[in-house]
Design a protein around this ligand. Structure first.
Ligand code: SAH
Ligand code: SF4
Ligand code: F3S
Length: 473
């Protein structure tokens, strides 16, 4: 489909949803009259920023219908937006569904929905169908925009609705979204992933990579800016391959340059770039920009070139380290963070030592570390697995090195004054507020709620490892 055909298909789908929104609204009004109170809804997110953004869209739809959003899972309608990137994500969802079942026993009118990446796996949907009959509706990653319709089908039929698509070409724009923060927002720029790293299930549950058009992205950013948003986080599984499939291809750095021009947007972040696509053009645009934040999250996965090849990552230990030094050369203050997997099939002690070596040499400001988790249907699931005890022992050693490096890196800003975007009143001490520097580190400093959403200069007085204490100047 051409960009224009995609657009037409999207607006057709959206019109249909508008009709269902109206039907749901009518149902809700009747239901509230019958029960003599407002009905509440709660969306719980598991997984990454893509899911968090999808959840905002789900909340937006529920709000349009007329539900009162809450964080309390005793609500009248609860939706779990699931993740399946590692096995423990799945286990958690099953555990929590058990609790929801109890709540439903006390409130038989309660509606329970599950969606997200786990639901794109047929075996899991089969389990829900057989063992979790109390779940009212199930949908997947491709039809988040169709919640109004799915809910209405459940209300009409009175039985469990399972509506999973195996792909979509349309990208439905202009859905309402209920943002968590009024001053910052995620913005999807690509959906899906074509990289097929051999350990990863995301390409199977999120489908092929699709880029939104730059016009749509810029328009959304402008709309957000006029709504008070000052910081946008551009989201995609591999943001720096953005634009390849468009009718008129655009590169990621070109997109950044367009977003840079939008008045009102003061900070631009993105997540996640892939090392193999991190071009010099991107480094150049970042280093010149006044708005792109001083932070690069650059997933390493492994420091061993042999393992990286088996992971299908398309870079080596040396090329990764070279990229890090090229980034640091042009952006001396940059904070570099990463993701690392320990215990990928076939990983030897020597491979693991390469990972430790890269952690020390790259001087990561922080790292998310994961034990390899076998995902059904991925190539790595059929490779020779590392014994759990060996992987666990390596994991603990890695954590120590990561913590040592991070503590050293993170204290380097003490004494400086940095712009801080204030996010909230401190949860533990209401005399303090908490904000973020452009390098993504948190700062706590004396202040009150009036500062929330403002960018203020803060002197960094002391470093506490993963955050700073400061004073507004
Ligand atoms: N597209 C992003 C993020 C993917 S998921 C990227 O390529 O970096 C986030 C992280 O989960 C990955 O970076 C990886 O470190 C981890 N991960 C993915 N699959 C995994 C698996 N099977 N076992 C353990 N960790 C995994
Ligand atoms: Fe998974 Fe690799 Fe795609 Fe990231 S780039 S989502 S790790 S396949
Ligand atoms: Fe999880 Fe899906 Fe994100 S599997 S990490 S929620 S894309």
């Amino acid at each position: 489909m051409s960009d224009l055909e995609i657009k037409n298909e999207s607006s057709r789908l959206l019109d249909k949803q508008r009709r269902y929104l109206e039907l749901d609204r009518r149902w809700l009004r009747e239901e509230e009259k019958r029960r003599g109170r407002r009905l509440t809804s709660c969306v719980v997110t598991f997984g990454c920023q893509m899911n968090a953004r999808d959840s905002e869209k789900l909340r937006g739809i529920l709000e349009e219908i007329g539900f009162v959003n809450t964080d309390d899972e005793h609500a009248d309608l609860v939706i779990y937006n699931t993740c399946t990137v590692r096995e423990n994500a799945n286990t958690r969802v099953y555990g929590r569904l058990g609790h929801l079942h109890n709540y439903k026993d006390h409130n038989p009118d309660m509606l329970i929905g599950i969606c997200g990446c786990m639901m794109q796996e047929p075996e899991i949907v089969q389990t829900i169908r057989e063992k979790f009959r109390f779940v009212d509706f199930v949908f997947g990653t491709y039809n988040v925009f169709a919640l109004a319709e799915i809910l209405y089908s459940r209300l009409e039929s009175g039985s469990q609705i399972i509506d999973i698509w195996d792909h979509t070409k349309a990208i439905v724009e202009d859905l309402p979204a209920d943002r968590k923060y009024r001053f910052k927002s995620g913005v999807n720029i690509t959906y899906g992933c074509d990289n097929f790293c051999t350990y990863c299930i995301v390409p199977y549950v999120r489908g092929r990579e699709k880029s939104r058009t730059p016009e749509d992205i810029v328009q959304e950013c402008c709309r957000l800016a006029s709504d008070g948003v000052r910081e946008v986080m551009l989201l995609g599984q591999n943001v720096n391959s953005y634009g390849r499939g468009l009718d008129e291809p655009v590169t990621f750095p070109q997109l950044l340059t367009q977003i840079e021009k939008i008045p009102g947007i003061d900070r631009i972040r993105f997540m996640t770039p892939h090392p193999k696509d991190f071009s010099d053009e991107l480094i150049d645009v970042m280093s010149r920009s006044k708005k792109i934040c001083n932070h690069v999250h650059l997933p390493l996965q492994s420091g061993s070139s042999r393992i990286l090849r088996n992971m299908n990552r398309h870079y080596t230990k040396e090329s990764y380290l070279d990229l890090v030094s090229r980034i640091r050369e042009r952006m001396p203050d940059v904070s570099i963070t990463t993701d690392i997997i320990v215990g990928f099939p076939g990983e030897t002690e020597e491979d693991f030592l390469d990972t430790l070596d890269v952690v020390r040499k790259a001087r990561f400001d922080s790292a998310f570390t994961f034990l390899y988790s076998k995902r059904h249907g991925t190539p790595a699931a059929d490779m020779e697995q590392v014994p759990d005890a060996v992987a666990k022992e390596r994991f603990d050693r890695l954590l120590k090195v990561v913590d040592e490096t991070a503590a050293k890196e993170n204290s380097r800003y003490v004494g400086r004054t940095e712009p801080v975007l204030v996010e909230q009143v401190n949860e533990h001490d209401p005399s303090l507020v908490t904000g973020r520097m452009t390098n993504n580190l948190l700062v706590h400093f004396p202040g009150d709620a009036s500062l929330v959403g403002e960018i203020v200069p803060v002197k960094l007085v002391s470093s506490k490892g993963f955050y700073y204490l400061g004073e507004k100047v």
